[in-house]
Design a protein around this ligand. Structure first.
Ligand SMILES: [Zn+2]
Length: 321
């Protein structure tokens, strides 16, 4: 308890779960807690659940939240740290208008709250504490339901005007597949788990055979999770193999284009699918990048994210300086 003044909180706000941790000055995790993300209600219900999650983590660490140096939050949507607001969080219930998340949490928890973009903070965590440690400039690619990205240049996060890193919406095919964002030909339209599931459902409607949805039902899930995709690939399911091949090809083109523009030293592949498939898949992405690399004699390193499920929360805690 004597080190209470050095402790920080981190909350990773995801579409399905809220991950909360307490860390010490060396970023060692002293307590953690997880809560489901509310699927109905609105932003204030989500804020309440986030407060419960961090209180649970604080209890596990034997500290009061009011004794923390501060709490960082990695959030989806449009994040404005100076205003303390989050808006346009489409995966969260009824959360389009900017909501004063920092104030809502601060009031409940009795300490200062800092906000950051979820993917940007996860990239920073990998850069400072994980797979990106050996490098000065990295691109983080988070391959999950969508495809998110974060950029660190010469040791500093590059946020542009706040929205930099949207590698999922780089165009890999003009006039191509419809993306969940509404545009055509984006990388995410080929590689996002959401888009791949929608495609698999359409193929099944047209008569394609696959075990993907049988696996889903046998596990009592309503979505094709990363582990279901992993198992289908292991079983050589033809449709799963075809869709993942297509995703890897698109990732190769999209990531290579970003590398041509930024010439970063390393690409870190994270996200549910990225971590599930691991280094062998990173090698496959690297192979698919190669024909698109302008400077193909010096490809960047490809590394799988090293912090696992807690990367987002660790990055959020880094927002508290
Ligand atoms: Zn898009």
């Amino acid at each position: 308890m004597s080190h209470n003044g050095d402790l920080r909180g981190g909350i990773d706000l995801g579409g399905t779960k809220i991950e909360a941790i307490i860390v010490d000055a060396e970023n060692q995790v002293l307590g953690q807690s997880r809560e489901p993300t509310p699927t109905d209600g609105g932003p204030s219900d989500v804020a309440k659940q986030m407060a419960e999650a961090i209180k649970g983590a604080a209890k596990a660490a034997g500290v009061e939240t009011s004794n923390l140096d501060g709490i960082g939050v990695g959030s989806p949507g449009d994040v404005d740290d100076s205003a303390g607001t989050v808006g346009n969080a489409r995966n969260l219930p009824d959360w389009l208008e900017p909501f004063e998340l920092a104030a809502a949490l601060s009031e409940r928890l009795g300490t200062k709250v800092h906000l950051g973009n979820d993917v940007q903070v996860a990239t920073r965590a990998e850069f400072q504490l994980g797979a990106g440690k050996p490098y000065d400039s990295v691109l983080g690619v988070f391959w999950g339901t969508g495809v998110g990205g974060g950029i660190i240049l010469n040791g500093e996060p590059w946020r542009g005007r706040g929205a930099a890193g949207e590698i999922g919406h780089t165009v890999v095919k003009l006039g191509g597949a419809r993306c969940p964002c509404g545009r055509r030909g984006c990388l995410e339209a080929y590689a996002g788990r959401g888009a791949m599931e929608a495609r698999a459902r359409r193929e099944v409607d047209k008569g394609a055979k696959t075990d993907l949805f049988k696996l889903m039902k046998s596990r009592g899930r309503s979505r094709l999770t990363s582990s279901i995709w992993g198992q289908a690939l292991q079983q050589d399911d033809a449709l799963a193999t075809e869709l993942i091949d297509r995703a890897v090809e698109a990732l190769g083109a999209g990531i290579a284009s970003a590398v041509n523009l930024l010439d970063i030293e390393a690409v870190i592949i994270g996200g549910g699918l990225g971590v599930r498939f691991g280094q062998p898949m990173a090698e496959r992405i690297s192979t698919q990048m190669h024909p698109h690399l302008f400077n193909d004699s010096r490809p960047p390193a490809l590394r799988v994210a090293g912090l696992g499920d807690l990367g987002g929360a660790l990055g959020a805690a880094l927002l508290v300086s």
